[in-house]
Ligand binder design. Structure first.
Ligand code: HAS
Length: 553
């Protein structure tokens, strides 16, 4: 098959070790994070009571940080290394920078995780001031971020070398997608780095008397929304790059794929204020501007939906199938990797609709800080993103270990259980939120109020969904460890082909402007200035209230 033959599928064992190290941390975070997740849904539904020595908020912080920040960042960075290593004719080079990045991220994670588990940082994954954690929690978070910058540096260096050797050629698509995601991520993390390094760390060490809470929130959400697209683009790397390879068809369109990623670089950043519709100190005109930009960032996802279904159609056409049901029925549902990724796409249809509703200023005021938002992020990052990464593991594992999957049936069950559990849990959370149930609250009875009692069945339903997800994680662990500890059986060539990135069909080449990441980075910076200069100017022209901070746990 031409699409696969053009790939350099052979990774060296040193490269595989680096990728596997990233996945190991990601899976450790997954196991601990989901264990606390199921406890949390049970606790929220009043079915269990957490002991005082490990209270609800410590558990919620562990769950959020390990899954939303650690699992995703390590997995996506490992996957991105693989995408770059597999890129055709990329120059051979040392992977020392990759290891430096890994160790910075790991040391940072261990520091932050220790402080959370020790009860010194129950500040949840958004670490909003004035909640004040141990300074070492913030130092750990900063190291995690700096580590990802080092990984980006490695990819920029190697791509620069490749471009010098291949003048006039387009950057190979897998590497292009990785660079686009991490350039967007780099621009975003500058905001949180300023918040953490110049505000939270000096404040937590007691070097300054107080912190400007509104400013920290603005910097956090400047980072926080592109963060969700960093997760999403990790999944899109698989959707655009690996799904066509599984189906043995070329990528639908080189231009569309690059344009979608460019639009994410430009539009992911200037929208963070849609998380702050209810915050004071930001004039309505800036909220309105960022609402408009939020609706524009929906466009590359709509393009993605179109491109993916066109890919399915091309696959079905080869089998002589047409029509919606013909196409869907022809897809390789028996392959756990494909099934999981396709189910993730289905979840994202609902996650996307919810996101568009959230972007409306008026609708958001109904659901802000309710369980709806928790439902939204489980049916976006918990569903489409996490399920894509877990399903991709069913092809990554044979590629990295040279061993066949321990049980295809169990791997298949794993992705369906995750899909069903996440759909049920998110549905229950959305409904509970619409009924007014607040988020980030352990139990609510409100003195026996009838309204609060009406939320209870949905909390229980969400806990049921959470238990199904946990069953999925157990199945995941069995197949993972079963595969790792089994005897090698597949040949080197088969193993190398288990996980490959497809390329565009020969002759399908995007215009050169679509390969100019530097140019689009400048456009993104210009749009950030347009969207944020006003809010920051307004903030600095008003009186700053400095808050000494508090520990509510
Ligand atoms: Fe969001 C809050 C708006 C997407 C994550 N979001 C959150 C929070 C998180 C999060 C974590 O405007 C909570 C933060 C917190 O703790 O407070 N979100 C949006 C919009 C989109 C969106 C407009 N969100 C995401 C994604 C996330 C994510 C993606 C994680 C990965 N979100 C908001 C807003 C808030 C918010 C407000 C603030 C709420 C508040 O008040 O606090 C859009 O990007 C969505 C566009 C998506 C689509 C779907 C396209 C569908 C595709 C599937 C293709 C399907 C196929 C079918 C091919 C238009 C691509 C296959 C068929 C088969 C048969 C197989």
């Amino acid at each position: 098959m031409i699409v696969l033959d053009r790939m350099n599928t052979a990774t060296t064992s040193a490269q595989r070790r680096l990728i596997f190290a990233h996945l190991t941390v990601a899976f450790a975070a997954l196991f601990i994070g989901t264990f606390f997740g199921v406890l949390q849904t049970l606790s929220h539904a009043n079915a269990i009571q957490m002991p005082p020595w490990f209270d609800y908020y410590r558990m919620l912080t562990t769950h959020g940080v390990l899954l939303a920040l650690v699992f995703t960042t390590f997995f996506i960075t490992g996957l991105s290394h693989l995408a770059v290593y597999q890129t055709e004719n990329y120059p051979h080079r040392s992977i020392a920078l990759g290891w430096l990045a890994f160790w910075l991220m790991t040391v940072g994670t261990v520091m932050a995780a220790y402080e959370i588990l020790a009860g010194n940082a129950s500040v949840l994954y958004t670490f909003y001031a004035p909640l004040k954690a141990s300074p070492w929690f913030y130092v750990g978070a900063a190291l995690l971020i700096v580590g990802t910058w080092v990984a980006l540096l490695e990819w920029l260096l190697v791509t620069g070398a490749w471009r010098r050797d291949h003048p006039g050629e387009r950057t190979p698509l897998p590497a292009f997608m990785v660079l686009a995601n991490y350039i967007m991520w780099f621009l975003a993390t500058i905001g949180v780095a300023i918040e953490v390094i110049f505000m939270l760390i000096p404040w937590a060490f007691g070097w300054v008397p107080g912190v400007d809470v509104l400013l920290t929130r603005m910097l956090f959400w400047y980072f926080g929304h592109p963060l969700v697209y960093f997760w999403l683009l990790g999944a899109y790397l698989v959707w655009y790059g690996v799904v066509p390879a599984i189906l043995k068809v070329p990528i639908f369109s080189d231009s569309l794929t690059r344009l979608a990623f460019i639009l994410f670089i430009i539009l992911s950043l200037p929208v963070g204020i849609h998380h702050e519709f209810s915050d004071p100190g930001i004039a309505d005109r800036w909220k309105l501007l960022q609402t408009g930009l939020t609706l524009m960032v929906v466009v590359p996802s709509l393009m993605t939906a179109f491109a993916l279904f066109a890919t399915f159609e091309e696959y079905a056409a080869k089998l002589g199938k047409t029509g919606f049901f013909g196409i869907v029925g022809s897809l390789p549902w028996g392959d756990p990797a494909f099934a999981g990724i396709a189910l993730a796409m289905l979840l994202f249809i609902f996650g996307g609709i919810g996101g568009i509703l959230n972007a409306s200023y008026t609708l958001d005021s109904t659901i802000h800080n309710t369980m709806w938002v928790v439902g939204h992020f489980h049916i976006t990052v918990g569903g489409p993103v996490a399920l894509t990464l877990l399903a991709a593991t069913w092809r990554l594992l044979p590629a990295l270990t040279g061993k066949p999957l321990f049980s295809i049936g169990l791997a298949r069950a794993q992705v369906w259980l995750w899909f069903v559990g996440m759909a049920v849990m998110s549905f229950a959370m959305h409904t509970e939120g619409l009924m007014g149930a607040p988020r980030r609250v352990e139990h609510y009875t409100y003195g026996g109020s009838a309204i609060a009692a009406a939320w209870q069945p949905y909390s229980l339903l969400a806990a049921g969904g959470g238990m199904v997800i946990f069953l999925s994680v157990i199945a995941f662990a069995i197949v993972l460890f079963g595969t790792i500890f089994s005897k090698p059986e597949v040949t080197e060539a088969e193993s190398a082909r288990a996980f490959t990135f497809a390329l565009a069909r020969p002759g399908d080449e995007a215009p050169s402007a679509f390969d100019r990441l530097g140019l689009w980075t400048l456009v993104a910076i210009a749009l950030v200035i347009v969207a944020y200069a006003g809010p920051f100017y307004q903030h600095f022209s008003e009186h700053a209230y400095l808050v000494p901070g508090m520990r509510t746990w």
